[in-house]
Design a protein around this ligand. Structure first.
Ligand code: DX5
Ligand code: ZN
Length: 223
């Protein structure tokens, strides 16, 4: 099934069964996932703790898909080398967590990974205008980061649309990703606003359907 304008789906393993992580990633890859989204949380930037570089390294050996590593951590500059060496293809840091965002972005690129920047729902888009030409990916949070399975914050698509306009005006190639509460019911809305990469956790890894069924449902909704 061809997706609209080559939109990519990045299942977030946060909602996967961690006791069968390799098998679940394999299932997602076979079902047409484009990237694997890895949510790293430190209990400081967000009120939850998840995984670190060791798990990224293990995942690296069980999939060929790009690893899209979303760092929801304070002082990410201290850890990006470890995440790059573990095999991350894209490393995304939060603008709110970086005192020297430009330096962090340059470091990520020097380490051979693609650089992404994310902002929380209450952070104004204008905060990242200066960094846009330097990054490969801009991740718009459509929930407050910290947990899977939260409800999409209505209006996040307007932020995506404003970002789309800004990127087009600048004539740069930065991709737009959206993360939080994405389902087959709202995927088309965010794609129409300009999102090119959709993160989906609980809509892909859940007990109601197989991973393949869930991925097909989201892809069909934007086909
Ligand atoms: C939230 C994470 C998301 C999360 C998405 O803090 O960054 O990637 O796993 O999960 P869903 O799709 O269930 O909102
Ligand atoms: Zn995420």
């Amino acid at each position: 099934m061809a997706e609209k304008n080559g939109v990519k789906l990045a299942p977030s393993i946060l909602s996967a069964d961690f006791s069968r992580l390799g098998a679940q990633i394999d299932e997602a890859e076979k079902a047409g996932a484009d990237w694997i989204h890895v949510d790293v949380m430190d209990g400081h930037f967000v009120p939850n703790i998840t995984i670190g570089p060791a798990v990224v390294k293990s995942i690296r050996s069980c999939t060929k898909l790009p690893l899209d590593v979303h760092l929801m951590i304070e002082s990410p500059e201290k850890y990006i080398k470890q995440f790059a060496e573990a095999g991350s293809d894209i490393i995304t840091v939060h603008a709110e967590a970086c005192k020297h965002l430009h330096r962090v972005v340059e470091n990520i690129k020097e380490l051979g990974a693609k650089a992404g920047v994310s902002i929380n729902p209450a952070t104004p888009l204008e905060l990242i205008y200066e960094i846009l030409p330097s990054i490969d990916l801009m991740l718009i949070m459509s929930v407050n980061p910290g947990f899977g399975g939260q409800k999409y914050i209505t209006g996040s698509e307007d932020k995506v649309a404003r970002l789309r306009k800004k990127i087009d005006e600048l004539g740069i190639s930065c991709e737009i990703e959206i993360d939080g509460g994405i389902t087959a019911d709202n995927a088309l809305k965010v794609v129409n606003a300009g999102a090119q990469v959709l993160v989906a956790g609980s809509a892909v890894f859940n007990k109601k359907e197989t991973i393949a069924e869930a991925i097909a449902k989201i892809k069909n909704s934007i086909a």
